[in-house]
Design a protein around this ligand. Structure first.
Ligand code: SF4
Length: 263
């Protein structure tokens, strides 16, 4: 068969590739996020600020009750990263661009006064079979349990040509039968409680559960709503919490890499 490729079309393609430059992010663990992004907050110690802080206003300003005072702390599992606290009390709270904000234990999502060091996932916190079995290949089924399509959108983006989570052997699959675990997004509505359970049951053992986004972790602004049924979380152990509203692809990728022990 004779290929009809002219030199002009080859040069045209090369010119496009040259202008597009490198599409993928070479190192998704160290790249800096451009533009506005709120990641891990840093809270100054109250006695180092040199100005009085109205702690009652500080708590009241938060739409999800993520901030508590005495000592001041922010629960990333409830925070929607609106930035109001930083806007009102810039000398006390500063959101960094650190996207490595995942945790295996729910309590580790609480950032306290003077806690400046990065968040870490210690190997001993992770179930042994996760790193042993899924380190080189992890297939995930995403369940939008009443989600608003924001975190779902970002999870899709984690597989695009820029973030390319597939390079680590991590992929989203269509069927729970082909999956090693589920990623839950959304606050888990009553309508989605049973489908979520059915989907989880269909995943073969051993399997993992990841909560992606503030809505999934704490229900976010939907806390206390009659439309929710979060009993699934009372009956199952969560392996990874990834805060964000929505979750940034770099937060998702770095969280999963830490969980499975990939460098
Ligand atoms: S950024 Fe988070 S902690 Fe601060 S006010 Fe908004 S929701 Fe509350």
């Amino acid at each position: 068969m004779k290929l009809n490729i002219s030199a002009a079309s080859v040069f045209s393609d090369l010119r496009i590739l040259y202008h597009q430059g490198k599409q993928y992010i070479p190192d998704v663990t160290t790249v800096e996020v451009p533009g506005i992004f709120r990641g891990r907050p840093v809270i100054s110690k109250l006695d180092t600020i040199g100005e009085p802080i109205d702690l009652r206003t500080l708590e009241e300003i938060c739409p999800t009750g993520a901030i508590k005072s005495n000592p001041v702390r922010i629960d990333l599992g409830r925070c929607v990263f609106c930035g109001e606290c930083q806007h009102k009390f810039p000398s006390l709270i500063n959101f960094t661009k650190d996207y490595k904000i995942s945790a295996v234990r729910r309590d580790d999502l609480v950032i306290g006064e003077g806690q400046h060091q990065p968040m870490v996932i210690k190997p001993e916190q992770v179930r042994k079979e996760i790193r042993k079995i899924f380190k080189r290949s992890l297939k995930l089924r995403q369940v939008s349990a009443g989600g608003d399509n924001s975190t779902e959108w970002e999870l899709n983006a984690s597989g695009n040509v820029n973030f390319d989570i597939g390079r680590f052997g991590i992929d989203f699959v269509a069927s729970p039968r082909h999956a090693n675990g589920i990623v839950i997004t959304g606050p888990i509505t009553k309508n989605m409680a049973e489908p979520l359970q059915i989907c989880y049951d269909a995943v073969p053992h051993p399997k993992i559960i990841i909560l992606a986004g503030t809505d999934a972790i704490s229900a976010g602004i939907h806390q206390g709503s009659d439309a929710l049924d979060r009993s699934f979380l009372d009956n199952h152990t969560v392996d990874l919490y990834i805060p964000g509203n929505p979750v940034h692809p770099l937060a998702f990728i770095n969280g999963v890499l830490k969980l499975i022990g990939r460098k």
